[in-house]
Design a protein. Structure first.
Length: 264
């Protein structure tokens, strides 16, 4: 298991993100600076279309950055090979598995690919990590079910189990509570909080559940059309960082409760 240490797991320095059209950058956000420590649960929040998914995809190398640097455990992302990167970070996207005919056991086992030999043979350490991932996510009882037989909440837990089986110090999730009811949204975020405490992993997730993220996150990234700020939820509340996320004529943010409400 990854243990806590006094070093930076993920760092962005003067980062600019966006898209490229005919080799010309279309800038979304610039001057992004933050560093994340081991054992932190980090919530990335912002309005729809502000660029949260673009930021996550840039951080894991799925999308080229416009400028700046991203470092994982002190090494530049651009200099890390894909094989080594697979031992440093794992990703849970909103898309369903490529083949829903996989069983949960098979899906979770895929997380061990960076460590197995060319035949994909599982060593005892691989089996131990797979079993741990199934147990802690409460998916062991679903191990022999096909992915297409699962509810949205069960499939999300199985996807998190696959990332845990990969046993990386950093896990990134893109809106892991999408399509879930209130109970399962809270369940998933509480599970992520538990995982950071028990494993020392750093978990960064984007979400629209801002109220829940404020309650559970150790650190938050608040993304607007002009900036990304990073701090603890309490300090972000004090700084008024949540006040400008949504139009004030519709949504109010209560600094005392840390909750949003509809303006009547």
């Amino acid at each position: 298991m990854t243990t806590k240490g006094k070093h930076t797991v993920l760092q962005a320095t003067d980062l600019s993100i966006g898209y490229f059209s005919k080799k010309q950058p279309i800038l979304i956000t610039e001057a992004i600076n933050f560093n994340l420590q081991p054992g932190e649960l980090v919530g990335l929040v912002g309005a729809n279309g502000v660029g949260k998914s673009t930021l996550l995809r840039s951080l894991v190398g799925m999308q080229p950055i416009v400028s700046g640097t991203i470092e994982i455990n002190g090494k530049k992302l651009s200099e890390i090979s894909s094989l080594v990167l697979a031992t440093q970070l794992s990703v849970v996207l909103t898309e369903a598995p490529a083949s829903k005919n996989l069983t949960v056991q098979e899906l979770v086992t895929l997380g061990r690919q960076p460590y197995t030999n060319w035949m994909g043979a599982l060593a005892e350490v691989d089996k131990k990590q797979i079993n741990y991932a199934l147990e802690i996510t409460d998916t062991a009882k679903l191990a022999h079910k096909k992915c297409f037989e699962l509810s949205d909440g069960q499939l999300q837990r199985a996807s998190i189990a696959r990332a845990l089986a990969q046993d990386t110090p950093l896990i990134l999730l893109d809106e892991p509570t999408t399509h879930l009811d209130l109970y399962h949204r809270a369940y998933i975020l509480k599970l992520l909080k538990q995982l950071t405490a028990e494993t020392g992993k750093t978990i960064l997730f984007s979400t629209h559940e801002i109220d829940l993220a404020i309650q559970l996150s150790d650190t938050m990234l608040v993304m607007t059309e002009t900036s990304v700020v990073c701090n603890s939820p309490c300090k972000l509340i004090e700084a008024g960082s949540f006040d400008t996320l949504f139009p004030k004529d519709t949504i109010d943010f209560d600094k005392n409760t840390g909750r949003f409400s509809i303006r009547k």
